[in-house]
Ligand binder design. Sequence first.
Ligand code: SAH
Length: 392
Amino acid sequence: MKRAQAVLRLKRGRERARTHPWIFKSEVADVSDVEPGAAVTVIDSAGTFVGRGHFNPRPALCCRILTWTDEPLDPAFYERRVAEAVALRSRGAGGAPALARLVWSEADGLPGLIVDRYGPALVVQCLTLGMARARPLVVAALTRVLGPLPVFKKDEDALGRLEGFEPAHGWAGPAGPATVEVEEDGVRFTVTLGAGHKTGLYLDQRENRLRVGALARGREVLDAFAYAGGFACHALRGGAQRAVLIESSPEALAAARQNLELNRMAERAEIVAANVFDELRRLERAGARFGVIVLDPPPFARSRTQLEAAVRGYKEINLRAMRLLERGGWLLTFSCSHHVSQARFEEICRDAAADAGTRLRVSAPLSQASDHPVVLTIPETRYLKGLLLEAV
Ligand code: SAH
C-alpha cells in the first residue's frame, strides 16, 4: 500500500512564484502528520505543487525547499545535486579542487548541508534536522561523485539544539587521517579534523588572503583576529618584512604558530595573545605603523538586537586600525554579520575614517570566495563583506 504523502499547505497569498527556499511557520496553513526532519511536499492554497523540502516543527523556519520540481528526494536526487555543486567548483580548474567548499547549503540547492574538502578528507556539516537525517544519502552521493574519500562529521552544537538533533562529531565510515596538510596558493596549513572553528579553516577568505599576499611586499603587516594565521602566512609568502598576529583563543594561537613554522616564516612573525580592542589601543600609544592591516573579526551581531553594539564595535576597531595605517598603506576590513549590509558597513567605515581624520580610497569591495556562491534571490547567501581601502 502506498503511504499517504506528507503535505504542507501554504496560506493564501503565498501563491506567487517562489524563488527563496525558506518557509516560516507564519506562512503555513496546515501540515499533515509528518515526522520531524522528513520530506514534505509543499502546495499552495489551491493545491498546486510548489516544491519539496525538509520539515521541522521546532524552529520558526520550519521548512527548507530542496527542489521546485516534482521529484523524490532519493539517492539519485542527492547525487545530482552534489555532482552539480562539484562541477561548479571544477569549472576551469581541470577537476575537483583539493581544498574548497564543495557544497554550500542554499547556494547549491541543498539547504542545511556544508561539504568542505581538505585534501584527502571531506568534512560534512549538517545544519538542519532534515539534513542530519539525510546524511547517509549525502555520504553515499559524495562517494559516487568523488570516489571513496573519508568523511568527517562536524556539526555545531547550537544548531543541534535549535533544530533538535544530536550533533555528530567523528568519522562517518572508515577513519581517515587525524590531521591533514593542505596547500592554499603556495601556503601550507595543518588542519586537525574536528578541531578549530568552522570545518577547520575559514575557506571563505581564500581570495582575500591571496590579495594580501600581493600587497604585502616589503611591508609591516598586522593580522588582527588572526585565527590560524592565514592572512599573515600569505603576507609573509608575498614578501612582507614582518607580520604581527593578534588572537585571543589559545587553540587558534597554537595553530597559527604551527602554520608559521610549517612555512618557515616564524622568525618574521610576532604572535600576540591579546584582545584586539586592547592591543590596537596599545599599539597606537606605542606609535606603531603598518603598511597592511587586516581586520577580520567574528560576527559582532549574531542577531538584530545586537546590531547597535556591533556597529560600535566595528567602528572602534576600524578607527584604531586607520590610525595605525601608514600613508600609502592598505586596510582590508571585513564584517561577516548577516545583519550588517555592505552599505551599512561602508557607512561605519566612513564614520571611523572621519573620526580618525584619515583619507582613504575605496580600492575594491571585498566578498566571500567564489566557492561560496551568491544566489541573487537568496540575499542571505551573501554574508561576508569588506572593503579594500588605501590611505592617501
Ligand atoms: N582571519 C582568519 C579568520 C578569523 S576568525 C582567517 O583568515 O583564517 C576570527 C578570529 O578572531 C577567531 O580566531 C577568534 O578566536 C578571534 N577573536 C574573536 N574575538 C577576539 C578578540 N576580541 N580579540 C582577539 N581575537 C579575537
